[in-house]
Design a protein around this ligand. Structure first.
Ligand SMILES: Nc1ncnc2c1ncn2[C@@H]1O[C@H](COP(=O)(O)OP(=O)(O)OP(=O)(O)O)[C@@H](O)[C@H]1O
Ligand SMILES: C[C@@](O)(CCO)CC(=O)[O-]
Ligand SMILES: [Mg+2]
Length: 431
């Protein structure tokens, strides 16, 4: 059986970092996703597939399944029934975009992690420091290249989610993504949401009709479970996440945005078309380190930082109001856009106060300002992506000029659809 899951990335319009400290933030999913395909063989001893000898070639597709071939003669034709062999049971994770593969014999994973007691799919549980050590030992055995070491946290999140939700079943899991990694567009959350969605869909906890075709959405209670598991994965990658990224990736739906505070979400409907240019500075950074940096600054300057977080809270609430309030004779779309631009600039100023801007971000701000466009960093900052509001009446020529100038600095621009769907799953018979 194969289950596929997809989960979107996000942009934060206001409130990143401050949201970790209890302020309101406003975010929306974008039309770029991470995809997970999970292939689980049938339980040991069950025939995996029956082939006629004429299509014996197909057998080569099933690596490691040759050992228990049972030859039979069925209706006068020669058929082969292929059984799965326990000794060949492996858990394999392929990160396709990085051309990386991790693979462990199930016996080895059991030996290392059975003390953790999984599976417990309906009880989202934090990965303790001791459990993390055991998981890291499994990853170290795979000799991950120094240049790709930042991926280890994603692999840790995978092993924790996998063994907690499905236990010690063999499977092949393949990951691909439209999202740039570590750039502020929520790649870590999209990964954890897509993993959790695929794993829960394969577990006995979630009641879903596997015969339905096309992309499916979980019901509300399953979404809640999915979001909680994804949050546990995010904690492994981010250290101390607010939960906004996984919540947006789980619950995004039909053009909605999300207002988020202290773990609670409110869906908000935008009453205006919102077009954002996303500029990826391509400066790599790590959300965990940036979040920790803001927390350290807060410990050193508690009163000043509390004022900064309060100011961000007011900005996010105001921004949500502007987005929701319909345009009228007294409040034109242009006036609303000017208000949003001002709020974005104020938020950016406060993010600088938190110490999470970067020279590359400042270059984007200066460049877009030449065209009278307002910008702010999105996500954790320190490089990564910057948002620029593209007002409705802005001519296409100006947009082209800004993009050309930004790309001449070595940045990469894209205009993504805002407020797409959240997590979805799809079943298919394995090939
Ligand atoms: N498609 C993927 N394949 C493998 N690992 C991934 C993938 N997407 C995310 N990751 C993991 O997430 C890490 C990046 O997460 P990080 O939180 O630093 O950035 P982000 O989520 O893109 O940005 P932000 O948190 O600011 O929105 C990577 O180093 C890797 O461990
Ligand atoms: C920087 C941060 O606020 C957003 C990262 O996309 C971290 C978080 O909320 O978990
Ligand atoms: Mg992240």
């Amino acid at each position: 059986m194969e289950v596929k899951a997809r989960a979107p990335g996000k942009i934060i319009l206001s409130g990143e970092h401050a949201v970790v400290h209890g302020s309101t933030a406003v975010a929306a999913s974008i039309g770029l996703c991470t995809y997970v395909s999970l292939q689980v063989p049938p339980s040991n001893g069950c025939p995996l597939k029956v082939y006629s000898l004429s299509c014996l070639e197909n057998l080569r597709l099933i690596e490691g399944a040759y050992r228990s071939l049972l030859d039979s003669n069925f209706f006068g034709l020669s058929w082969i029934v292929v059984y799965w062999d326990e000794n060949d049971d492996r858990l394999t994770l392929q990160l396709k975009d990085m051309a990386l593969e991790f693979s462990w014999p199930i016996g080895r994973i059991k030996e290392a992690l059975s003390s953790l007691g999984g599976p417990f799919p309906s009880t989202p549980t934090s990965c303790s420091a001791e459990s993390l050590k055991l998981i890291l030992a499994l990853i170290e055995e795979q000799n991950i290249l120094e240049a790709k070491i930042s991926l280890a946290s994603g692999v840790c999140a995978f092993l924790w989610l996998y063994t907690s939700i499905l236990g010690f079943k063999p499977a092949t899991v393949v990951v691909t993504s439209d999202l740039p990694l570590g750039s502020g567009l929520g790649s870590s959350a999209a990964l954890c949401v897509a993993f959790s969605a695929a794993l829960l869909a394969c577990s006995d906890t979630v009641n879903i009709d596997m015969k339905q075709e096309g992309w499916l959405v979980f019901g509300e209670s399953e979404l809640e479970l999915l979001n909680k598991w994804a949050f546990e994965g995010e904690k492994i990658i981010h250290g101390k996440p607010s939960g906004i990224d996984n919540t947006v990736s789980t619950y995004g739906r039909g053009g909605n945005m999300i207002k988020f505070r202290s773990g609670n979400l409110t869906r908000i409907k935008s009453s205006m078309p919102l077009k954002m240019l996303i500029t990826n500075t391509k400066v790599g950074r790590n959300t965990k380190a940036l979040v920790a940096g803001v927390s350290e600054r807060t410990l050193r300057n508690p009163d000043a930082m509390s004022s900064v977080f309060n100011a961000v809270d007011s900005i996010s609430k105001e921004l949500a109001n502007v987005i929701q309030t319909p345009a009228s004779d007294d409040l034109s779309i242009t006036a609303k856009e000017e208000k949003l631009e001002e709020l974005m600039e104020m938020n950016q100023g406060l993010l600088q106060c938190m110490g999470v801007s970067h020279a590359s971000i400042e270059t984007v701000l200066r460049t877009t300002l030449k065209y009278k466009l307002a910008s702010k960093l999105t996500g954790a900052g320190g490089g990564g992506c910057v948002l620029t509001l593209l007002p409705t009446l802005l001519s296409g020529t100006i947009v082209d000029k800004v993009i050309a100038e930004l790309e001449s600095c070595g940045f990469q621009c894209l205009i993504a659809g805002i407020g797409g769907n959240g997590a979805e799953i799809c079943f298919s018979a394995s090939s």
